[in-house]
Unconditional design. Structure first.
Length: 501
């Protein structure tokens, strides 16, 4: 018999011990919500967990009865197994400690990953078969990062060898008689198939940076804005892209309407400006109906831009037609704060949030060591309802190339253009603590507590195991984790990530 939610409370308590021996206790929350919103969200989360039996909660990992495994990134350690602290009994707890409460459950995780851009696929293709297989295994394989989500581009992005679309006609071609995905057959489609062969559950979503130039004001692939009278043709452009990729053995599960709808990047790269009313009209009046007519189950995500445009996402989802066709909102993390995702979720709890872009800067001196910064970012994303975390380019060279745009991005991994040596970014090492311990379908669990410089997020996996990721961006701290009448204590080094499972 299902156990009432009121009996499912299962608490970890955390106390932060300061250098002077005192303990710091504060109460935290998921996102920034008021009490009324919290109670409403809590009720929704509790109802989704009502069928979970008490035995499953007690017997899962980190239950106080099973051995705990632990991994750390700090100093010279890179997701290195460490001796897990032992449980002890008779340790006093505090009502003001940090707690993990599996009775409070939030979104289910789709996965973690990066973009397989034209540039990334090209670099992978340059490797010999042995090195390429090893790198793909390290990124997508069961013995590697286990990345399970990847972004592809519909035509060129700023990280392409050249600007192109799938219908580069010199004259308007509304019937798409010149449509062709031939460009992608050279190295993009082979790399997408190869990555999915390593991880058959790899989830692909695709984003266009620009429609064909003849669909835009100015006629160029670089910058400019979409013309509404080409909406019917552009909807069919999406359909042809999806059908063409499927015929090549690459199913795309979701698309966004436009990468970064609110800018054309001043004409410096493939990009297009979409007004809010244009995206509304296209999504509800053209793209959604075109997918229905073609019997496509591809999901539609709107916005695909920064947190600070959360008001636009609210306005678009307020339109009944967009609400009908949009599965959710795609978010970038360059401007604003992740709490914007919670604001949109609180208004539209049936719509999903997906974090689709954010990556390292190759020019930053701590490119290879800023794992704690990225882990803190990842924690904030997961604590604000996002179902996935997808970096920008998976692979770039030592200069952040090839590219045709103005930005100094780096890859999750860097591939030296001459020696083919691989350098792993701080973001790569941060990913390991999430993608290796949190499975697809895992549910984010409530954690409570606001400790200076300490970030924390927890999840329960479909197999019943639990993962807890602790990030310390400050000085060394001793953390106590308590469960019922048991406790374990561990020291978090400065600039570190520690995962428990």
């Amino acid at each position: 018999m299902p156990v009432p939610a009121s009996r499912q409370t299962f608490v970890w308590d955390f106390q932060l011990r300061m250098p002077n021996g005192k303990r710091r206790h504060t109460e935290g929350k998921l996102g920034k919500t008021d009490r009324r919103t919290f109670l409403r969200v809590s009720a929704l989360a509790a109802s989704s967990a009502a069928a979970a039996p008490l035995r499953a909660l007690e017997e899962s990992a980190l239950s106080g009865t099973a051995p705990v495994r632990a991994w750390r990134t700090s100093g010279q350690q890179r997701f290195q197994p460490i001796e897990a602290p032992a449980w002890q009994t008779g340790v006093a707890t505090s009502a003001f400690s940090i707690r993990l409460d599996p009775a409070q459950r939030y979104q289910r995780v789709l996965g973690f990953g990066a973009a397989l851009t034209d540039a990334s696929c090209y670099l992978l293709q340059q490797l010999d078969e042995t090195r390429r297989a090893a790198l793909l295994e390290e990124c997508f394989g069961a013995s590697g990062l286990r990345l399970s989500v990847a972004r592809t581009t519909v035509g060129a992005s700023d990280y392409s060898l050249s600007a192109y679309s799938y219908d580069d006609s010199t004259a308007p071609d509304p019937d798409l008689t010149h449509f062709s995905i031939a460009h992608d057959r050279a190295y993009i489609l082979p790399m997408l198939r190869a990555a999915r062969q390593v991880n058959p559950d790899l989830y692909y979503f695709s984003s266009p940076w620009t429609p064909p130039g003849w669909m835009k004001a100015g006629g160029s692939l670089l910058g400019g804005s979409m013309r509404s009278h080409y909406f019917p043709a552009y909807a069919q452009y999406f359909v042809k892209f999806l059908q063409g990729y499927a015929a090549e053995g690459v199913k795309i599960q979701a698309v966004t309407v436009q990468n970064e709808v609110d800018t054309d990047q001043d004409g410096r790269m493939p990009q297009a400006l979409w007004g809010q009313e244009y995206e509304i009209d296209f999504a509800k009046g053209h793209l959604g109906p075109a997918f229905e007519r073609a019997a496509l189950d591809t999901k539609i995500w709107i916005l695909d831009h920064n947190y600070n445009l959360w008001g636009r996402a609210v306005d678009e989802l307020s339109d009944p037609g967009v609400y009908r066709y949009a599965d959710g909102v795609a978010w970038h993390g360059y401007m604003g704060s992740p709490e914007a995702m919670t604001r949109v979720h609180d208004l539209f709890p049936d719509k999903n949030a997906y974090w689709t872009e954010g990556g390292p800067d190759i020019t930053e001196p701590d490119y290879a060591t800023n794992w704690a910064k990225w882990s803190s970012t990842f924690t904030g994303i997961l604590r604000n309802w996002a179902r996935c975390i997808v970096s920008w380019n998976l692979v770039l060279d030592e200069k952040g190339r090839p590219d045709i745009g103005p930005f100094s991005c780096g890859g999750v991994v860097t591939l030296d253009s001459k020696t083919h040596a691989v350098t792993r970014s701080g973001q790569f090492h941060a990913f390991a603590h999430y993608s290796k311990t949190i499975q697809r379908g895992a549910q984010i669990l409530a954690t409570w507590g606001d400790l200076a410089h300490i970030d924390h997020v927890a999840a329960e996996n479909p197999d019943g195991s639990r993962a807890l990721v602790l990030t310390n961006q400050g000085e060394e701290r001793e953390v106590q984790c308590t469960l019922r009448d048991q406790a374990l204590t561990l020291t978090l080094p400065p600039d570190s990530i520690t995962s428990l499972q």
